[in-house]
Write a protein that binds this ligand. Sequence first.
Ligand code: AMP
Ligand code: MG
Length: 357
Amino acid sequence: MEIWDVKDFSKLKANKHIQKAAEILRSGGLVAFPTETVYGLGANAMDSAAVHRIFKAKGRPQDNPLIAHVADVSGLELLCRDIPPAAYTLCELYWPGPLTLVLRSSGKVAPEVSAGLDTIAVRSPNHPVANALISACDIPIAAPSANISGSPSPTEARHVHADLDGKIDAILDGGSCKVGLESTVLDLVSDPPRILRPGGITLEQIKKVCSDAVYDEAVFSEVSPNTMVRSPGMKYRHYAPQADMIILRGNSDDAARFIRSRAALNPNIAVLCYQEELPLYKGLNAVSYGPEVQYDILSQNLYSALRALDEAEPDIIFARCPEGNDAAAAIENRLKRASAHHIIDLSDISDIGGGNT
Ligand code: AMP
Ligand code: MG
């Protein structure tokens, strides 16, 4: 497998690696490439066999559809039908960018992209390498995140390499991803429009165009495996660490007291915390993902922090997680799913130091 360094964004059109990657995609191969959200694993969206290879390389369930990546709104018009005016306004405001629109499919892409649904998810990414690749191959690129299904999405080329070495043809290394969490998925077929997955574009930003937009109920609460969900991806546990992950709700000092009392019983624990909290965890395996209220930094670092924590193979990961804030909805959603909604509210515990739950 080839890894090509494309971190110099100045002459991408003429870059031979972009040309080679486009050639691989046109001939049915798989290329991982950076976007502003996370690294994507791309295949020609018009080629069933190529799209099938994505599912195989990732170990992705066949009923979990992919996102088609396009250059601009003309790509949306090619792949979708019955496009409402709101879709055009959203594209004007937020494309290229971390917003995926679910619309009725025109049936032009390989059916595997939509996993048998009559809708399709489309996005125009905002990253010079992704954009150069899409224009060089001149086809829609079907691309989920470039990780093994169930592991944290990759935000650096080395994460892709760790998960998919030997299973794909090439990686374009464009450095680390700025947003760090996957795109917002907005279902415009449903009425009212629903956010199926929160991401870099917030509900508040969407409400500027669709004032009645709502979060789907599966975004922050558990769905049972038998429930019909609008976005098949929502029924799968998103990132499942080997360890149990538990979110601690409460202030920093209470969380630290609770964790220290647990560590006295089992030293093989790990902590995902805010930068300001690191001094509270001296001597423990604690990884910070950024300052408490800097949600853009927390998003950017979340997945690499989770990968780092997993490496030590802890029995339990205690996590600090922002809750109830629209700007942090994507972080809250990913951590709640990673913990399978296991939350301890420290205000419910009378003797925190004793670790009574
Ligand atoms: P990933 O590319 O790994 O970020 O996953 C794409 C996400 O978009 C998954 O959560 C899918 O379930 C969701 N998705 C893709 N296509 C559709 C669709 N037609 N309807 C609803 N959700 C979709
Ligand atoms: Mg994914």
